[in-house]
Design a protein around this ligand. Structure first.
Ligand code: FRU
Length: 481
């Protein structure tokens, strides 16, 4: 790409694949992420969107409908197989969402401390614009999961009517914290799974028989643990098969670089500037700012048995040291391009988790390479795939205290999840002051060759139906089709 005056060039990434077990971690560098600002318009009126329309999620109307009157709904995923296909089970589409009681006396921002996995179902041939998702309630019986709070994960249909729910078992120790929304004793986090049964009748979908197994806790070496940092992240398991390694099951998840908080120091490879780049920062400059507090990574683990009850850590596939502190809900999406499998790693991140000197929007970020572990090329050279409308010329805000002069839709949506066909679903957080807790209109993002583009011919000016998570593979049927 032609360099933007005043900005460094992005890092060169080969996209070369390595063995999944190899000791190579791709870097989302400061030079890469600086392209977000290089591609942003410095001259918009304050509070307008400064990002390219190609990476901007279309505006959600303020009068969006609630998906459910009794529960807030946020992070959501479909029933899938290990190749990211979305499964219609005996004529029903099924989705899983984090939910929290709307009537329990706490606010939407306290949802994390009260999160449970809920599920919704609807007829596969329903009209997504008219037919509501039916709420099936909590997936697990009360007090049966590992931990006392259920955070994000993924759900796989196995043989017959067996399903495996991979989830984050978060344990809060402080009831006051749950109600106040933070500040108390840090929670424990483990990655767990529950094997259970799915049942479908003409009336709908139910689940039972869940057996829970703790799978992984952070080791403190590759993945930071609570003793090293009370604000550590270890969550959001997503499992998948890799056609390049038949018979194996892998998992990506959100982590942080191992080691005590503050012990990490930025390295040249985290900065990623080309030698002699006149717009490069020096390692000493970056380390004088505290940017080393931000140490997100995308972790990788491999299953050691067919039951998927035993797992081993592998080195992270991506790190964002000195760039950003959270790379959440990672997923691997394999797409054939010109006869070759290209691996897209998508992960969500926030504006307030960027390191000093870095700026980007809330949204989904993407990376492409030739294998699960590769020298990932950030999409659009920056990593930003799709963000909420934001004036990046203004300083970062947190959702609890937005600057009134900012774009009112800077926190309109979060937790973007890329589905087959480039359909991207997310949940509504804050549309110009109206709080969400419901699924956003699904948008379509075309991506090919490491370039993404919002498809504004999809739906109405780029906004598809609310909570549109269609299925593309049918299992069972029993005359229901
Ligand atoms: C993303 C997220 C996930 C986590 C969940 C907790 O919105 O932060 O990383 O599992 O929300 O509510």
């Amino acid at each position: 790409p032609a360099p933007t005056p005043g900005f460094p060039l992005p890092t060169k990434h080969t996209q070369q694949a390595y063995d999944p077990a190899a000791n190579f971690t791709s870097k989302w560098t400061r030079a890469d992420a600086k392209q977000i600002m290089a591609q942003s318009n410095p001259h918009v009126a304050p509070g307008e969107n400064s990002m390219s329309p190609d990476v901007t999620m279309p505006e959600i109307p303020k009068d969006f409908p609630a998906m459910n009157e009794d529960v807030w709904v946020w992070d959501t995923w479909s029933l899938t197989d290990e190749n990211a296909n979305q499964i219609s089970y005996k004529g029903w589409d099924v989705v899983f969402s984090l939910v929290a009681d709307r009537h329990a006396g706490y606010g939407f921002d306290q949802r994390h401390w009260n999160a449970r996995i809920g599920y919704f179902f609807r007829k596969t041939n329903a009209d997504p614009a008219k037919d509501k998702w039916n709420y099936g309630g909590h997936l697990f019986l009360d007090n049966t999961s590992i931990g006392n709070t259920e955070w994000s994960g993924s759900t796989r249909l196995m043989q017959g009517n067996k399903i495996n729910v991979f989830y984050t078992a978060t344990t809060f120790h402080d009831v006051a914290e749950r109600n106040a929304g933070g500040g108390g004793i840090a929670p424990d986090a483990a990655i767990a799974k529950a094997l259970g049964n799915i049942h479908a009748t003409k009336d709908g979908v139910t689940f039972d028989g869940f057996q829970h197994t703790k799978l992984l806790e952070p080791d403190g070496k590759l993945y930071q643990n609570k003793a090293q940092n009370p604000g550590f992240a270890f969550r959001d398991p997503y499992t998948f098969a890799d056609p390049a390694h038949p018979g194996k099951t892998f998992m990506v998840f959100e982590g942080n670089t191992g080691g005590a908080r503050g012990s990490y120091k930025c390295k040249q490879e985290d900065l990623g500037y080309a030698a002699g780049d006149p717009n490069a920062e020096t390692v000493a400059q970056v380390n004088s700012t505290g940017a080393w507090f931000q140490t997100a990574n995308v972790g990788l683990a491999v299953a050691d048995n067919k039951d998927l009850t035993k797992w081993s850590f592998l080195p992270p596939i991506l790190s964002a040291n000195c760039v950003n502190d959270q790379t959440e809900r990672p997923q691997i999406f394999i797409q054939n391009e010109n006869g070759k499998n290209k691996y897209y790693l998508f992960t969500i991140s926030h504006q307030f988790t960027y390191a000093d000197g870095m700026r980007g929007p809330d949204g989904v970020y993407g990376f492409v390479g030739d294998g699960v572990r590769s020298d990932y090329q950030p999409v659009n050279n920056s990593g930003l795939a799709l963000g909420s409308p934001t004036d990046l010329n203004m300083p970062a805000n947190a959702p609890e205290g937005p600057d009134p002069r900012q774009n009112g839709r800077q926190f309109q949506a979060y937790s973007h999840y890329v589905q087959p066909g480039g359909l991207v679903q997310s949940f509504i957080d804050n549309v110009d002051g109206v709080r969400g807790g419901s699924l956003s209109p699904t948008v379509k993002m075309n991506f090919q060759g490491g370039v993404t583009e919002v498809d504004r011919s999809f739906g109405q000016n780029g906004l598809g139906p609310y909570g549109y998570l269609p299925t593309n593979v049918r299992v069972g049927g029993e005359g229901l089709y």
